[in-house]
Design a protein around this ligand. Structure first.
Ligand code: URA
Length: 276
């Protein structure tokens, strides 16, 4: 099982012992981000394969990565709806196939359709900035959309297009097995929550739901493209984003016993425990 390196363990202990308010906020976030990224990677590597109880038997679930890749290749020639006729290519999704945190947007736009990757335009830049603000990068998460093909002129997805495409998304979630699915905007939120409540009502309110046969935390957020042009919405989105580490902490367990042991003598403030 992978272990934290000596300096990382020391860093984790220091982080747990650090008195409140001693560090500058920026330094604190950088540390938390590094530690969180490391924990996310360890967690992904030590997660039991489906059907296995003991983390000791867990192998890196290579089959799931292969399955995801094979599924992406199959979807690349999808013709289930009219959008296949106007697309440059299918935008399947991208990121860490073992991600704990998955984002689901609406549909590819102009740049995504050209490059074959989700969120590579202005909204994507904002998403990356928001991720950086909580110490994460694109490679730490998985990003996909409700629709895999660009609607003409970036119009809203039509109900029959969503219906034709949704099983691709559900299969992706099944294979990636994220613990948190952050939905960006109305379409992803309504589809994955199975409820008609709009994003203005439900943003920032996590809910447990079952996706891909597993219990996941659904975390609805405003769509970055909407926030780009509405400063008030951007503020809310930024604020909702700051809760993501806490939500990840809630589902992450310390990946190795030593971490808990070395942390024992100090009594860390409750808010720091939230990191794990
Ligand atoms: N908006 C989305 O919803 N998805 C993308 O991939 C890009 C912009």
């Amino acid at each position: 099982m992978p272990r934290l390196l000596r300096h990382e363990r020391r860093e984790a202990v220091l982080e747990l012992r650090r008195p409140r308010g001693v560090q500058a906020a920026e330094l604190q976030w950088r540390r938390r981000g590094r530690l969180l990224r490391r924990l996310l990677r360890l967690r992904a590597l030590t997660r039991p394969a489906p059907g296995l109880d003991s983390p000791a038997v867990s192998a890196v679930p290579v089959e799931r990565v292969d399955d995801l890749q094979a599924y992406a290749e199959a979807v690349a020639s999808c013709t289930r709806c009219r959008l296949s006729q106007g697309r440059t290519q299918v935008v399947f999704g991208a990121g860490n196939p073992h991600a704990e945190l998955m984002f689901v947007g609406e549909a590819p736009g102009f740049h995504e359709d050209k490059q074959g990757l989700p969120f590579v335009g202005q909204a994507g830049k904002l998403l990356e900035k928001l991720l950086a603000g909580i110490g994460l990068a694109r490679g730490d998460v998985y990003i996909a959309n409700v629709l895999k093909c660009r609607p003409p002129g970036n119009r809203d997805p039509q109900p029959d297009e969503i219906e034709a495409c949704e099983s691709h998304l559900f299969r992706q979630i099944e294979l990636i097995e994220p613990t948190i699915v952050a939905t960006l905007g109305n379409f992803a939120t309504k589809l994955l929550s199975g409820r008609p409540l709009g994003i203005t009502r439900v943003h920032g309110q996590e809910q447990q739901t079952t996706l891909g046969g597993r219990s996941v935390t659904l975390y609805p957020l405003y769509h970055p493209a909407a926030a780009l042009y509405t400063p008030a919405m951007l503020k809310v989105l930024e604020s909702d984003f700051t809760r993501i580490p806490e939500l990840l902490g809630r589902v992450l367990t310390p990946p190795e016993p030593e971490l808990a042991l070395v942390a024992e003598p100090a009594t860390p403030p409750a808010e720091q425990l939230g990191l794990f």
